[in-house]
Design a protein around this ligand. Structure first.
Ligand code: NDP
Ligand code: 8X3
Length: 250
């Protein structure tokens, strides 16, 4: 079997594109909560590579452990972990924030990434080999108004990424932070709870990044020779200069 890549959040957007991009070179474990979508992607990609699906909520530590432990022995040698699952939920000033949204972001984006890493990294340490790619965000590099808790979750991802790189350094494990700006996926529909107008306005007047742009980057960083770690990479659409500076054509 080929080397194995484990991709969280593969049921849409960036994670789905990453699974497609890695399929020619890796056997895949694709993860997400939406089982139908996982199955349909697995059907497609199994024409190219070996595929397994795991459906679990990353914010449920027990479910994460059960899912990882359910892998047959030959699927346990995970070479590449892509911690991509996550979303923004709502966008509001701090005094109006919804506590359920806050929990979903801290639990999913930050604690979920930690739970999955905790379950998979011991095998990498034992084998002294592995790549961990954490999908952060420009929101983890600079805050923006009403982004408070989503930004906090992604600043947490950035800090955890840098900490993991230190802890796993003795074992030759590469830890890579990939931080996109505006990527047109289902992200804004989730953030704005299905409000199409609000969602479309995020990408209005610009050519945004597409999920494939981030997937190509992930393929590039894992494809570097073993002595090279691309530790941290921020990717903007050309129309974007920061979280708040976006050159929109009306
Ligand atoms: P999508 O909404 O298209 O995809 C999100 C993915 O994450 C889905 O596959 C979803 O699967 C999965 N997911 C979300 N929460 C959980 C959970 N609790 N447990 C398991 N899986 C979960 O958005 P994107 O592809 O854009 O987002 C992917 C990552 O990229 C996120 O971490 C996001 O923060 C980050 N990002 C996105 C940017 C953008 O502009 N789009 C920019 C910067 C970073 P399912 O619902 O089936 O469980
Ligand atoms: C997603 C990018 O700017 O919507 O992480 O926070 S942004």
């Amino acid at each position: 079997m080929k080397k194995i890549a484990f991709v969280t959040g593969a049921t849409s957007g960036i994670g789905e594109a990453i699974a497609r991009a890695l399929a020619p070179e890796y056997a895949l474990i694709i993860c997400g909560r939406r089982v139908k979508r996982l199955k349909s992607l697995a059907d497609e990609l199994s024409k190219i590579t070996d595929v397994r699906t795991l459906s679990f909520d990353v914010s449920d530590a027990q479910a994460v452990n059960e899912a990882v432990n359910s892998l047959p022995t030959e699927w346990q040698n995970i070479q590449v972990l892509v911690n991509n699952a996550g979303n923004a939920h709502g966008r509001a000033p701090i005094h109006e924030g919804d506590l359920e949204d806050w929990d979903a972001m801290i639990d999913g984006n930050l604690k979920g990434l930690l739970y999955v890493t905790r379950a998979i990294s011991p095998g990498m340490v034992e084998r002294k080999s592995g790549d961990i790619i954490n999908i952060g965000s420009i929101a983890g590099k600079e805050v923006y108004p009403d982004g408070n808790v989503y930004c906090a979750s992604k600043f947490g991802v950035d800090a955890a990424t840098n900490g993991m790189r230190m802890d796993l350094n003795p074992y030759g494990i590469r830890v890579i932070g990939v931080h996109p700006g505006l990527v047109e996926t289902e992200f804004s529909m989730v953030r704005f709870k299905g409000d199409e107008d609000k969602s479309e306005s995020v990408y209005k007047g610009i050519t945004p990044l597409y999920a494939e742009d981030i997937a190509e980057t992930v393929k590039f960083v894992v494809g570097r020779p073993p002595h090279v770690t691309i530790a941290d990479i921020t990717i903007f659409p050309t129309a974007q200069a920061s979280s708040t500076i976006v050159n929109r054509q009306s």
